[in-house]
Design a protein around this ligand. Structure first.
Ligand code: ATP
Length: 213
């Protein structure tokens, strides 16, 4: 089976201190997975590494394949062209653009009918959104946009529980119905275990996935 994303032997150091030790991960198209682990476990570091957003390439090791192709040396832009869409935890929207123009920029205006919360904010500049509103815009831009591999850091952060559940349901649907590979980072396993197909416990090294519900 061709993996959407596969990585092995990933090690990342900050200032000589290794925070990821020999991490491996494999994501298939059509599945929704969650990296789980406490704050500081290295979830953001791993997503950054997969997206090509790690700050100092000389402090990393590991191999990456995207859509079955060797991608270890690819730039972030080339990974994006291949279909990888990364939503980091911060700086994940265009602040000077309105909510509507953010969605247009990602070909994701269908999000407005699914999330009336965003429709009500359509004319507002993204810069003035609350943290939760911004997070919803960023996640919706990715989910309703064109990427085939979505990596999203804490998509439900700042969202009310009912809205968070809808976002997780939609991410599961984006994976299973559209055949995309979706990976999120989530500090609380019980928040996602009923939605995700696989949970990857991360504590400085990813172990084999735990099959979810
Ligand atoms: P959180 O949810 O708190 O962001 P996380 O699981 O995403 O946690 P990371 O942010 O990847 O974890 O951090 C992993 C470890 O690396 C932590 O010990 C953190 O302090 C350290 N770290 C992260 N970024 C840097 C950096 N730029 N410089 C130095 N250390 C860093």
């Amino acid at each position: 089976m061709r993996s959407a994303l596969w990585c092995d032997g990933v090690r990342v150091r900050y200032g000589g201190i290794e925070v990821l030790h020999d991490v491996r991960l494999a994501l298939a198209y059509g599945t929704f997975s969650a990296l789980v682990g406490p704050n500081g476990a290295g979830k953001t570091t791993l997503l950054d590494w997969c997206a090509g957003a790690a700050t100092d390439a000389s402090a990393t090791e590991g191999r990456l394949r995207l859509n079955g192709r060797e991608a270890t040396t690819w730039s972030a832009a080339r990974r994006a062209i291949t279909g990888l869409r990364y939503v980091p935890f911060e700086r994940n929207v265009f602040p000077a653009l309105s909510v509507l123009d953010n969605l247009r920029a990602c070909a994701a205006t269908d999000a407005l009918s699914r999330f009336p919360e965003l429709e009500a904010l359509a004319a507002r500049p993204a810069a003035v959104l609350s943290g939760g509103e911004r997070q919803l815009l960023a996640v919706a831009s990715a989910m309703f946009g064109r990427g085939s591999i979505l990596l999203i850091d804490e998509p439900t952060h700042g969202l009310a529980p009912a809205l968070a559940d809808r976002v997780l349901e939609d991410l599961a649907r984006a994976a299973r119905e559209d055949g995309r590979a979706v990976l999120i980072a989530e500090p609380q396993p019980d928040r996602v275990e009923s939605f995700a197909d696989f949970l990857w416990p991360l504590d400085r090294g990813a172990r084999l996935p735990v099959v979810g519900a």
